[in-house]
Design a binder for this molecule. Structure first.
Ligand SMILES: [Zn+2]
Length: 314
């Protein structure tokens, strides 16, 4: 499996998005007529994975999907993938797979998939979930209709004509350390022993740095001395972009906000090596952030440890 360094699962420019071609009103029909055009099917929150090869998505021919849609304009053109046009179709709630493949939510399939396939499916899922929530104009309430190969929803009321674009909701995720220890928190709903890095949505009027300072102080009472950007991860459940940071603590006393977290603690590398904490899976940006600190301690890498430990993927 090809995983470039510092590129997280669900990220990567695996699909040529044909962003300029979408300006041509005929692009969807032309792409649909190409031999080899394929469709990512989505039912509810689930898609289709090869039965015997869970690293790969099972794509459908357009004619297998069009009967389940009001018209071809309901397809969204994702772009060009593996040399052929690729669409996504929202096929409602009844899988019509004729018994082919496994029907799985991307959250469940993410760990099994090839890196490129996971990125492609994350894009497909995000587009379908956006479109579902923009069937009506947010300004006047009239029905909205797809344009630009499905990448714009336009209000059907000519007097309004508002346009709605796919949205991404930025959220920060941050590993705070005091050098020797990492500050991790847990939510009450998580499996026993699971702790992770702190996270929260960016609010209007905030810079990313503002959000990092605010979230860490709100959730744990810890003040920060410095912040560094690490990497980001699309998180299409339904539309987040996780922006990963590392930060150095300026204070160490913890005051947990129990509306957000059940507990927050400082963990040493020894705590992690001894299995006293269940960490998030290696596919998460959270794991990558914790690794970036843990791996500097001279006690091996977090990835090696995860390969041996029972907490992997729990
Ligand atoms: Zn409108």
């Amino acid at each position: 499996m090809h995983r470039p360094p510092k590129i997280n699962l669900f990220a990567g420019a695996h699909v040529d998005r044909l962003a300029i071609d979408r300006r041509d009103p005929g692009v969807l029909t032309k792409a649909l007529g190409e031999a080899g055009a394929r469709v990512v099917p989505i039912w509810g929150s689930e898609t289709l994975i090869h039965e015997g090869d869970p690293a790969h998505a099972l794509l459908l021919a357009p004619e297998e999907c069009l009967d389940h849609l009001d018209g071809p304009e309901q397809l969204i053109l994702l772009g060009r993938y593996r040399g052929a046009p690729l669409f996504v179709a929202d096929l409602g709630h009844a899988p019509a797979t004729q018994g082919r493949g496994q029907v799985l939510d991307l959250r469940m399939a993410g760990n099994l998939l090839d890196f490129n396939e996971a990125g492609m499916l994350a894009y497909a899922r995000a587009m379908v979930f956006w479109k579902r929530r923009h069937r009506h104009c947010g300004s006047c309430g009239a029905a909205a209709v797809p344009e630009r190969a499905g990448h714009v929803m336009r209000c059907s009321d000519g007097a309004c004509g508002a346009t709605w674009f796919p949205r991404v909701d930025p959220a920060i995720i941050v590993l705070v350390t005091d050098g020797e220890r990492a500050l991790l928190g847990r939510q009450a709903a998580w499996p026993a022993g699971r702790y992770s890095t702190l996270a929260g949505f960016v609010e209007p009027g905030e810079s990313l740095e503002d959000t990092v300072h605010r979230e860490v102080f709100e959730e744990t009472g810890v003040r920060l001395a410095g912040i560094e950007y690490h990497s980001s991860q699309p998180w299409p459940f339904p539309s987040s972009l996780m922006l990963g940071f590392t930060a150095m603590a300026a204070s160490t006393d913890i005051r947990v906000d129990d509306d957000e977290l059940e507990d927050a603690r400082w963990f040493s590398r020894d705590d992690i090596t001894a299995g006293r904490v269940v960490l998030p899976p290696p596919t998460s940006v959270s794991f990558q952030l914790i690794s970036s600190w843990f791996d500097r301690g001279g006690v091996g890498t977090l990835a090696e440890l995860a390969g041996r430990c029972t907490w992997q993927g729990r």
